[in-house]
Ligand binder design. Structure first.
Ligand code: NAP
Ligand code: GDP
Length: 342
């Protein structure tokens, strides 16, 4: 009989890729979707009617709802990818962030403990847990000094995973995932904000024969950004969801760092993205204090050797290819009006 999985955050970047991966592997997938006044199914539209995919309505901040769902489905695997996932926004909405990112996982773990203790649980932890650390690269053993309401809420959930494993014997894993991007990345994260802008400029140049002209001579608004000195360890989201699944197939539940093992500044991302269409980011980017955070995380650099050695995981898409794929995809959306996410 095929395995069953419940994925929260199925309409998000990772949830959509993970749903596809599990459908390919023969799973019956239940994707949690929260009620919205607008359609949020854009990333999943191309497989939403798959015979083994079923949308179930709910919200992870509602304990009774999660209990009802998990006791009803009794899934083999639960992947909690739902979150208020934007670090910058968490400074403005710390309480919402806490309800979703800290208490949400607690409701799910309690539902598993009380009504479906055989269900395996995956929690989307984050490299933001390392926060202000001066230690690099960062592994599962690096001390965690979170530096945002988002990271603090995620640290609470991260510790719950270890606790439910030790105290109740639940098969629970936390993936400490470094930044991962794709053409499905939300438009308010720095990578996608950049690639959408570069695609817009490329399209403008195609139609106006304006190649080589600095922006100041053109009727185009600049790209406003904040801290471009920050260093991140960027991977492709498809590589990451494969790692999530591998953690859940291992005989022993544990926590794993997933990341590329390379670190790059936002400035390097800019250089590659703008350079891929033959222009200089300095002609287009304006630094705007509005996009600075009260405190930032300056250096993220993964040591994924535990996942490589124990799970046999390794990322396939490198930094340069990731940037190129995102720019190309955003350009194709503009010129071809292609389906956004396939
Ligand atoms: P994302 O694209 O922002 O997706 C977040 C998902 O969570 C969306 O489907 C959203 O639904 C859902 N959601 C939010 N609040 C919810 C609630 N109260 N109940 C049910 N669903 C809710 O995030 P992502 O990039 O795929 O990331 C997936 C997970 O990995 C998140 O937990 C994130 O914090 C974590 N993470 C991400 C990265 C990264 O670089 N991408 C790195 C480390 C960890 P709507 O469509 O309704 O908004
Ligand atoms: P994060 O690493 O999960 O916070 O991912 P983001 O893509 O939101 O931010 C990555 C880095 O880019 C952080 O250090 C941000 O401060 C920096 N950054 C600079 N300008 C921007 C911007 O306009 N938007 C966002 N989201 N981040 C920016």
């Amino acid at each position: 009989m095929s395995k069953t999985a419940l994925i929260t955050g199925t309409t998000g970047q990772d949830g959509s890729y993970l749903s596809e991966l599990l459908l390919d592997k023969g799973y019956k997938v239940y994707g949690l979707i929260r009620r919205s006044s607008v359609d949020t199914t854009e990333r999943i539209a191309h497989f939403q009617h798959h015979p083994r995919f079923e949308l179930v309505e709910g919200d992870i901040t509602d304990a009774s709802c999660m209990h009802k769902l998990i006791s009803g489905i009794k899934p083999d695997e639960v992947y909690n990818l739902a979150a208020m996932s934007h670090v910058g926004v968490s400074f403005d909405q710390p309480i919402t962030t806490c309800h979703i990112d800290a208490l949400g996982p607690l409701h799910i773990l309690e539902a598993i403990r009380q009504s479906s203790p055989q269900s395996k649980f995956y929690q989307a932890s984050t490299s933001e847990l390392f926060g202000d650390t001066k230690i690099a690269p960062q592994s599962e053993l690096t001390p965690m000094t979170p530096n945002s309401p988002y990271a603090i809420a995620k640290l609470y959930a991260h510790h719950l995973v270890g606790l439910y494993r030790r105290a109740y014997g639940i098969f629970a894993c936390a993936g400490i995932l470094f930044n991962h991007e794709s053409p499905r990345r939300g438009g308010d994260f720095v990578t996608r904000k950049i690639t959408k802008y570069v695609a817009m400029i490329e399209n403008w140049m195609d139609t106006h024969d304006g190649l080589g002209f600095p922006r100041k001579y053109l009727d185009i608004p600049p790209l406003f950004l904040g801290n471009i000195e920050a260093k991140r360890d960027w991977s492709h989201a498809e590589d990451m969801v494969r790692g999530m699944w591998l953690m859940m197939q291992h005989s022993i539940p544990d926590d794993y760092v997933l990341g590329s093992g390379e670190t790059h500044t936002v400035k390097e991302f800019l250089q590659l993205a703008f350079g891929s269409v033959g222009i200089d980011y300095k002609d287009y980017v304006v630094i705007d204090p509005k996009f600075y955070r009260p405190v930032d995380v300056n250096l993220l650099h993964a040591d994924p050797s535990k996942a490589v050695n124990i799970l046999g995981w390794k990322p396939i898409v490198g930094f340069g290819e990731l940037v190129n794929r995102m720019v190309e995809h955003d350009y194709e959306i503009l010129v071809d009006k292609k389906t956004r996410y396939v």
